[in-house]
Design a binder for this molecule. Structure first.
Ligand code: ADP
Ligand code: MG
Length: 387
């Protein structure tokens, strides 16, 4: 059964009322631009075909009830108690959909909130770095925007998702995932300037070139990642302070020799990753337009080396995944996501996908690593109303 069927079947267990509609939003992969978001720089994510679906029915009262095939029991809150419930916390997974309801209501004061049953189903792998969180936020935000006549545009809905994640769930993330999930288009990526939130579509041309994105999920949990993440953020802030700029976004490659003179080696290498990574995102966009997707392989490989050597957020499993994919004929490969575990991606000819995946599995077995999960993703359309 598809996620749409699953969501509708779950809704039927909640209520006899007909669905008023079905909405969905995808997960995402970041093609290039890692840790640049909080430095007010550039990212280039794309939405994937894996989606979270929300089937919605109206209620006669003011209760918002959410249920998911992923969770044991539905959770319900009366709209009159929503602020208090969010402030109290402890909502577990329901903090995502109820947080969206809460954030949407305050972002759209002219909306007409009313009671609804929301049934969720998804084929986005949870916790694999593909942003199942942005997918659930986007599906619920799209649904409530229509059902409550909130009239928000896609960027505003992305902000609602981020507010839910930051302030209701309590995860201090940027807005990249929500923007990618909202704005995605088939065979395209979303270029995002994280300072201005200016976004535009970038044609990838993977399909015409016969290329696929192979995801290699190392299944290494992001252990201690919060500590490492906070440390990297602090180094970036320190580097910007030393250079007298608001954010590392304000530096370019020509500033690096001066940075090297002014700061200790570790801070300098953190800065160098951010500055060169921002440039690589811009170069990727320019190269795609001028030469097509086969020409971006070197930028992906350079991005990985920078994360491994300068930013020091890779792990042996990710390095092995990248090296093995390249040896198996990938055009380019890099770890993707925050690091310290998670997944790598390889840009690779369709006919080499299977042999590359086998080569990675064999290399992991040889190294004594846990067997990785491999699958392909295709750049796909963003959030939509499906029925
Ligand atoms: P990622 O976004 O990388 O998949 P996160 O930790 O950011 O990982 O988000 C995963 C969390 O989002 C899950 O633990 C769960 O609380 C919530 N979530 C995601 N998808 C669903 C879903 N379909 N149903 C219920 N909760 C979900
Ligand atoms: Mg997430």
């Amino acid at each position: 059964m598809s996620a749409v069927d699953d969501a509708c079947a779950l809704l039927a267990t909640l209520t006899d009322a007909e669905a008023v509609g079905v909405w969905s939003a995808p997960g995402r992969v970041n093609l290039i631009g890692e840790h640049t978001d909080y430095n007010e720089g550039f990212v280039l994510p794309f939405a994937i075909e894996h989606r979270t679906v929300a089937a919605v029915a109206l209620r006669d009262d003011d209760v918002v009830r959410v249920a998911s095939t992923f969770a044991q029991a539905p959770v319900e809150v009366d709209l009159a108690d929503l602020d208090a419930a969010i402030a109290r916390g402890g909502l577990d997974w329901a903090a995502y959909p109820l947080g969206v309801a809460w954030a949407l209501r305050s972002a759209a004061p002219d909306a007409s909130p009313r009671g609804v049953d929301i049934a969720l189903a998804s084929d986005v792998p949870v916790g694999a770095g593909l942003s199942s969180s942005a997918a659930i936020e986007g599906a619920v935000a799209g649904a409530l925007n229509d059902v409550w006549a909130a009239g928000l545009d896609r960027v505003a809905l992305a902000r609602v998702g981020r507010t839910a994640e930051n302030d209701a769930v309590g995860a201090p993330t940027g807005i990249m995932d929500q923007m990618a999930s909202m704005l995605g288009e088939a065979d395209a990526a979303t270029f995002l300037d994280c300072r201005t939130l200016e976004a535009h579509e970038v044609d990838l041309g993977f399909t015409a070139a016969g290329l696929r994105i192979l995801v290699i999920d190392t299944l290494v949990a992001h252990a201690h990642s919060s500590g490492g993440y906070a440390e990297r953020r602090a180094s970036c802030e320190e580097g910007a302070r030393i250079m007298g700029v608001a954010a590392l976004r304000d530096l370019d490659v020509a500033d690096l020799p001066r940075a090297q003179e002014l700061m200790d080696d570790v801070t300098f290498r953190r800065v160098r990753h951010i500055v060169t990574e921002n440039q690589r995102v811009l170069d990727t966009v320019a190269t795609l337009a001028a030469e097509g997707p086969r020409a971006i392989g070197g930028l992906l490989v350079a991005s990985h080396a920078s994360m491994r050597d300068d930013f020091e957020i890779s792990v042996p499993e990710l390095d092995l995944a990248v090296d093995t994919a390249l040896a198996a004929g990938a055009v380019g490969a890099r770890m993707t996501g925050g690091g310290f575990g998670g997944a790598a991606i390889a840009l690779i000819d369709a006919e080499l996908v299977e042999s590359a995946a086998s080569a990675v599995s064999a290399a992991f077995a040889e190294a004594g690593f846990r067997a990785p999960r491999t699958f392909t993703v295709a750049p796909s359309r963003g959030a939509a109303r499906d029925a």
